[in-house]
Design a binder for this molecule. Structure first.
Ligand SMILES: [Zn+2]
Length: 269
């Protein structure tokens, strides 16, 4: 293949618009003609530009302009090595009609359409960069808030650290697993970090706070992928005195009260 891939993404659009200068155009053509990747990108660019051109308000050319355009179009479409024939590597069939449309549309729409399209391309790029930036900032803010919260939770004197371990009565396919819960009753805050084998397809794990008085409170439903740690942070009713934390295996999506086998248990001593 001759030459390098075009370095600027907009080269394909500019070429499709006929807006490259002669030197750029020749370099572009000598490469694209022998590069399947770039041929594909060029086809996509032509599609984009066609949509934009057809969306633009049509302008009626004066009869003289139309006549001279038609002469040029016919000459270049027929002439060997004419500009239209070079632009369109497949001159047969729909490609030829397409190329003729281009040749007619471009001079008519003129500089205004080109400026609109360039602005549109530029805006598109800026919008993407801005959206990326917003996402990154939002993600970092959330990570920071979670880290801070966890640090506060660990530092607080009244926060309990409760290890959870696998139960003797656990089903045979769940012989292993371990977790750690941080629980701050005053704040009603809890974090869970643990490892368990993946639950069967129709099941979920469910974490429970078992209070000294009253029914177990659901503290989260989770479905770990094999080999992955689970991490949860939950806001629970404040002021509840916990007796233990437990993980049970429940129907997928969890239950209002524990029904399945107990997998992990962590009593508060
Ligand atoms: Zn290429």
């Amino acid at each position: 293949m001759s030459g390098e891939h075009p370095t600027r993404a907009e080269d394909f659009d500019l070429y499709a618009l006929g807006a490259l200068d002669d030197a750029e155009r020749l370099a572009f053509e000598s490469h694209v003609g022998s590069c399947a990747d770039c041929t594909e990108k060029l086809a996509a660019a032509r599609g984009r530009m066609a949509i934009l051109a057809f969306a633009a308000t049509p302008v009626a050319p004066s009869p003289g302009v139309k006549e001279s355009l038609m002469r040029q179009v016919i000459a270049s479409a027929e002439g060997p090595g004419g500009s239209v024939a070079r632009v369109q590597p497949d001159p047969a069939g729909a490609g030829g009609v397409f190329a003729r449309w281009w040749a007619m549309l471009l001079p008519v729409a003129g500089a205004f359409a080109l400026a609109t399209i360039l602005l549109w391309l530029h805006n598109e790029q800026l919008d993407r960069q801005l959206a990326d930036l917003h996402n990154t900032i939002a993600q970092q803010k959330q990570e920071l808030a979670e880290t801070r919260h966890q640090a506060d939770l660990i530092a607080a004197r009244e926060t309990l650290v409760i290890p959870l371990s696998a139960q003797k009565g656990a089903p045979e396919d769940h012989p292993e697993g371990h977790a750690r819960v941080l629980y701050n009753a005053k704040e009603g805050m809890m974090t869970y970090d643990g490892w368990l084998p993946a639950a069967p397809a129709d099941k979920s794990y469910q974490l429970w706070l078992v209070p000294t008085n009253g029914a177990p409170i659901s503290a989260g439903v989770f479905n770990p992928q094999n080999g992955e740690m689970s991490h949860m942070m939950m806001k629970l009713p404040a002021g509840v005195t916990a007796k233990e934390f437990a993980v049970s295996l429940e129907p997928a999506g969890g239950m209002p009260h524990p029904t399945g086998p107990m997998i992990l248990l962590g009593p508060i001593t």
